[in-house]
Design a binder for this molecule. Structure first.
Ligand code: NBX
Length: 803
């Protein structure tokens, strides 16, 4: 039975009355949010239970996606959409003079992730449920999500993100599924009836309690589970935690998400977090397998279970599964290793050396003595196995333990049957450069899986007007089958459709302009080019290149050289300890201040750096973008995903040939993207020959010199130290990100953007092509490839949901 408007209104009244003794007239948005989300919960709960039963009965293979980050954003509208209720509920609320968007805004973002990696994990959850695969998420229920960003005098300040303060309406505590996780102490191996068994002494025991969040699939999809673990003192251990400080130490384990998107910080707490959720997750999988499925034969585990390791943070799963199999279930080492390799698969998300995780052997031995023993044994056998087959150098380069450190990527590769990169170029670089030795050892394990995005969220939720236009032109079935979006290209010469497209964009830009006015007090002209760069702040992503372009535009305008009106919009958080990234934020903010208040510039150029970029803010910015800035140093951005979201919303991409930008170019064709900059061979040539001398470029290019000098000649007020830091960085021979090397090409690409902007029809046509071809990056397609090539899953057979 589909929900009707009348039925919804009845349920709403009842909930408001029961929960708050309020009615629709008196209830606050936050009360209304609680009531609507309760109705949604009632909508999926019966199916959630039914599916769990079906899974157990059908004993289908399931995937468990282990990720230290999940970044779903808000869930109300996406659950409504996936239940097929969004339109009905929106209209029913409107009948009651209520606005769904305002009610939904009362939901705090579930920001248990930093950026692309965490968002991808959330997208995969949605997609597994939507495509009909039983996939479970396994992660941490952080009490504080990614920090809230504030600007104070142009500097980034970080505030705690207390997202659970008002209670989360989606999670269900499942105390009966709790497990125990052990840390520290000593381990002695003793002979127990011929089996060497560990005996622990003086270890600390922590209780892992799961909180399950339903992942509601789209339309006739499944309802899967995202399981997030919380750390508590075990009731039977209370005497061992007598003081509040002792207890707090346990609770601290799941207290904060590390705000560290690439620069790796070696912290004991982080190591504890990694082991905690990995051990809890694997224990609960084995409990399910041996008890619920009543399966005693662990050699069959790979027929029922796939565990995916999202980046190296959960790589200890390999050692922990070995521990559980060998120590707890008494499986012999070789058999256990065989099982483990068949179960595990691993995705790499970066080639940046500093983001490759390594742990100190001493630290690991103290915190996780048995795990360290097992990793040592895996390493020993790996070396012994290769001895005589490959050179000793190769063994030295590929082994897990080196120079007193555990190389987590090596552990992940050696213990998995599949290793994938996240875009074609990235995978190619893994195979030929970064992980070349491993590729030579295990060529069959390597494969590419280009990332994807939840088109449902980025079109149907974030851009309903564009979605309606697609309905009107190509019919509604694109909502179920994204291939059909390609038909939109047939409207390339349709003036009416092109006009509509431009009206929709203008409308979205007006909404964003209003939001910008509310947030910053700055008025921007919605008819200007909205030029958007939204992503974490990182030197390799080169927000700095955009900054230099802004300075150049400013200097032109001051000198009377005209340009089309432009509003540059940034959204970006910097890791709190990342000094350079924070200096960039300060300089951009001061530059913005200077330009936005300069009457000479009038409203020809505005620079808006919106605070606290998160999924909800992305949903406002992305539909309003004309230009998508994807300007990383070629080879450095593994894939990127904001590039895909922006293209789906009709923005035109200015891009280096990096990560998935290359595949975007393949999809839309050269004429529908502004590509520029060094190619990968040129980048590697600079590195290999140490031939990058930016000072020469700067001295020989007057335009570049003028823009760069603005950083230090007092042009930009209030940031002389930070300006100097950027200046020094750009001109250093060891500047890795080659900002100045791409400057001129970038200006040319921007000049082309300006010319194209003046040809309104052409711009709309290019935009239309981009929208049509974004189907290629539908995450459901990515998931189908993981399911088939890596996890070997079949779809679960369930009766159609009765919602
Ligand atoms: O993963 C990102 C890459 O930079 C993107 O190119 C890619 O599209 C995306 C999804 O594959 N990596 C990323 O977001 N990394 C992290 O957030 C991260 C977090 C903690 C950490 C290291 C990296 N210690």
């Amino acid at each position: 039975m589909q929900l009707t408007k009348e039925e919804f209104k009845k349920r709403l009244e009842r909930k408001l009355d029961n929960y708050f003794e309020e009615d629709v007239k008196s209830a606050s948005n936050s009360d209304l949010y609680a009531a609507v989300s309760a109705i949604v919960r009632d909508g999926y709960t019966p199916q959630w239970r039914r599916i769990r039963i079906a899974e157990t009965n059908q004993k289908q293979k399931q995937v468990y996606y282990f990720s230290i980050e999940f970044l779903p954003g808000t869930l109300l509208k996406s659950n409504l959409l996936n239940l097929g209720w969004l339109k009905t509920v929106r209209e029913a609320l409107a009948d009651l003079h209520l606005d769904l968007d305002k009610i939904a805004a009362a939901e705090p973002d579930m920001a248990l992730g930093n950026g692309g990696l965490g968002r991808l994990a959330a997208a995969f959850m949605d997609s597994l449920a939507s495509t009909g695969y039983t996939g479970n998420g396994n992660g941490i229920r952080y009490k504080y999500g990614l920090f809230k960003q504030k600007f104070v005098n142009g500097y980034q300040k970080e505030l705690p993100n207390d997202w659970l303060k008002k209670e989360d309406h989606w999670e269900v505590r499942r105390e009966s599924k709790s497990v125990l996780v052990r840390f520290g102490g000593k381990v002695n191996m003793v002979d127990d009836n011929g089996w060497m068994t560990p005996q622990y002494e003086g270890e600390r025991v922590v209780r892992a309690v799961p909180y399950d969040v339903a992942v509601v699939g789209y339309k006739d999809g499944l309802t899967n589970t995202l399981r997030l673990w919380d750390a508590e003192v075990p009731p039977e251990e209370e005497l061992n935690y007598p003081t509040i400080t002792d207890r707090r130490r346990v609770e601290d384990l799941t207290s904060i998400l590390y705000p560290d998107d690439s620069n790796y910080e070696g912290r004991l707490l982080r190591l504890k977090q990694e082991y905690f959720f990995v051990s809890a997750g694997l224990q609960s999988i084995l409990n399910y397998y041996t008890k619920d499925l009543d399966n005693k034969d662990l050699t069959k585990l790979p027929n029922y279970v796939a565990v995916h390791i999202n980046d190296t943070h959960p790589a200890m799963a390999i050692a922990e599964l070995m521990r559980l199999l060998v120590d707890e279930h008494r499986v012999d080492w070789d058999t256990a290793w065989n099982i483990t390799q068949k179960v595990m698969s691993y995705t790499n998300h970066t080639i940046m050396a500093e983001a490759m995780e390594k742990w100190d052997v001493n630290m690991m031995s103290q915190l996780l003595p048995r795990i360290m023993q097992i990793i040592t044994e895996i390493d020993r056998r790996f070396c012994v196995g290769l001895k005589g087959h490959v050179s000793d150098d190769v063994i030295e380069r590929t082994r897990i333990i080196k120079n007193g450190q555990v190389q987590m990527a090596h552990l992940a590769i050696i213990g998995s049957h599949s290793i994938n990169g996240v875009a074609a170029l990235h995978t190619q670089l893994l195979e030929t450069k970064v992980l070349k030795d491993f590729y030579n050892l295990y060529p069959d394990r390597f494969n590419n899986k280009t990332n994807g995005i939840t088109l449902r969220r980025w079109l149907q939720i974030a851009n309903p007007e564009l979605s309606d236009l697609l309905d009107e032109t190509i019919g509604k079935n694109w909502r179920n089958d994204s291939d059909e979006m390609l038909n939109f290209e047939k409207y390339y010469h349709d003036t009416k459709v092109l006009h509509k497209l431009s009206d929709i964009k203008l409308d979205n830009k007006k909404k964003l302009a209003k939001f910008i006015k509310e947030r910053t007090g700055i008025v921007v002209d919605p008819t200007a080019i909205f030029d958007v760069q939204v992503k974490r702040l990182h030197a390799y992503k080169r927000q700095t290149l955009k900054l230099l372009h802004i300075l150049k535009l400013y200097q032109d305008l001051k000198a009377g050289i005209d340009h089309p009106k432009r509003v540059v919009i940034f959204g970006a958080k910097a890791a709190p300890s990342y000094v350079f990234a924070k200096q960039v934020i300060k300089v951009i903010n001061e530059t913005a201040n200077m330009i936005n208040n300069d009457p000479d510039v009038n409203d020809k150029l505005k620079v808006i750096f919106l605070e606290d970029y998160d999924v909800s803010l992305a949903e406002r910015i992305i539909p309003a973008a004309d230009v998508s800035e994807q300007i990383s140093t070629t080879t450095k951005e593994a894939s990127g995903t904001s590039n895909m979201k922006l293209m789906a919303n009709g923005a035109l991409t200015v891009a280096t040939m990096d990560g998935a930008n290359i595949e975007i170019k393949d999809a839309v064709g050269e004429d529908n993207i502004f590509s520029f900059g060094l190619n990968k061979d040129q980048v590697y040539k600079y590195y290999a020959e140490h031939s990058y001398h930016p000072r020469e470029m700067y001295e020989n290019d007057a335009v570049m010199k003028k823009a760069v000098d603005a950083l230090i000649d007092g042009t930009i007020p209030n940031c002389s130290a930070e300006g100097q830091a950027l200046f020094n960085n750009f001109l250093g021979d060891n500047e890795q990100f080659l900002v100045l090397a791409d400057f001129e090409a970038y200006l040319r690409a921007q000049a082309k953007i300006e010319q194209t902007w003046k040809q309104k029809r052409l711009w709309e046509q290019m935009s239309l092509v981009n929208i049509a071809h974004s189907e290629r990056f539908d995450v459901d397609k990515t998931i189908e490839r993981y399911a088939e090539d890596i996890w070997h899953l079949k779809k679960l057979e369930v009766e159609k949901a009765d919602r």
